[in-house]
Structures are given as C-alpha cells and as structure tokens.
Design a protein around this ligand. Structure first.
Ligand code: FE2
Length: 182
C-alpha cells in the first residue's frame, strides 16, 4: 500500500454505534449505557405508573432498552425505576412523589410522563434511573438535558455526553428520547 493510501485508510471515521460488540473480541460491553451515581435519595418499591408527576413543566421521555452485547436486541419486561426532585428541587423521602416504575414491552419500548425537574445547588437538571431485567446486571444512571449550563459546573462531573439528551418543546410540553443498553 502506498503511504498516501495507508494514511487515508487510517483517517477513515469509525462508525462505532453500528458495530455489534460481540463481533469484536474484548468489546462485549461496547454499547452499554454508562453508569452514574445513585445519589442519596433512591427509595425502593415506587408505584408502577407511567404518569409520575403533574405539578410542573410537563415532560415525556420515551425510548427502548437493548442488549449491550449486540447493541440491537430489545429487552422485554425490563423495569425502569425513575426518581427525580419535584418542582421545588426537593426529593420526597416520606412518600413516592416524583417516583415511579414502568416496564418495557416486547419491543423493549418504555415511556413515562412527569415534570422537567429543576436544577438544585449547582447540579444540573437530571432524572435518576435504575433498570432491572432478568439476566442483566442492574443499571443505575442519570439522564441530563442539552443546553443546561450547570452541566459544566456539576461537582459530580458525571454528565457524560451519551446521557445528555435533547428535548423537543411543543407548547408547554417537552419530549425526549433515551435508549438504554444493558
Ligand atoms: Fe438527584
């Protein structure tokens, strides 16, 4: 190979998202969604409901859950356990305000509606998520939102770009999409 051709080959972009992890030795975890801190306010046994909270700016998140080993097989029956602060920036530790669980359907789809949580302190706006599915290690992570200036100031510095989602605004409603890889 001529030197010029070789250099051109080296500079080809790697389209990482479409390479199934299992075909690359040592890359089995290739697609896995990055973990994030649980934080101090997780509470087990949240109610099963797709409408979690109405008091605030409406927000709907939907997405699919896939196997991280091949980046494409849907995970049906996975439990998505959601918690976030209320419109005043408070977590409810007495009851289950702003807490809920939903399950994925046969295509791995999930959706829930709640509020666009405010930031508090200098933490950016975020939604905590735990995902449990048979045969997979539990995933604990957080979803962040594009354009949030606090992402740069976050003391935890854990808002990886892969978990910062873009919201579409329709009237007073915000909608976002977040796929999860176990
Ligand atoms: Fe939090």
């Amino acid at each position: 190979m001529k030197r010029k051709t070789f250099l051109a080959a080296l500079s080809l972009p790697v389209v990482s998202a479409v390479i199934p992890g299992k075909e690359i030795p040592g890359m089995e975890d290739f697609c896995k969604t990055q973990r994030d801190q649980e934080g101090p306010f997780y509470k087990a046994d949240a109610p099963q409901r797709s409408m979690i909270e109405k008091d605030g700016v409406p927000l709907t998140i939907e997405g699919r859950i896939f196997k991280g080993s091949d980046c494409k097989s849907p995970v049906a029956g996975a439990v998505v356990d959601i918690w976030h602060c209320d419109r005043n920036g408070d977590y409810d530790n007495e009851g289950f305000k702003c807490r809920g669980m939903v399950k994925t359907d046969l295509e791995g789809r999930y959706t829930f509606s709640s509020i666009y949580p405010p930031s508090y302190g200098n933490r950016p706006r975020h939604i905590h998520v735990k995902v449990r599915a048979e045969g997979f290690e539990e995933l604990t992570t957080q979803i962040y939102f594009k354009g949030d200036k606090n992402i740069r100031n976050d003391f935890a510095r854990n808002a990886d770009a892969s978990r910062v989602i873009e919201l579409v605004t329709e009237g007073n409603m915000r909608k976002g999409h977040f796929d999860i890889y176990l």
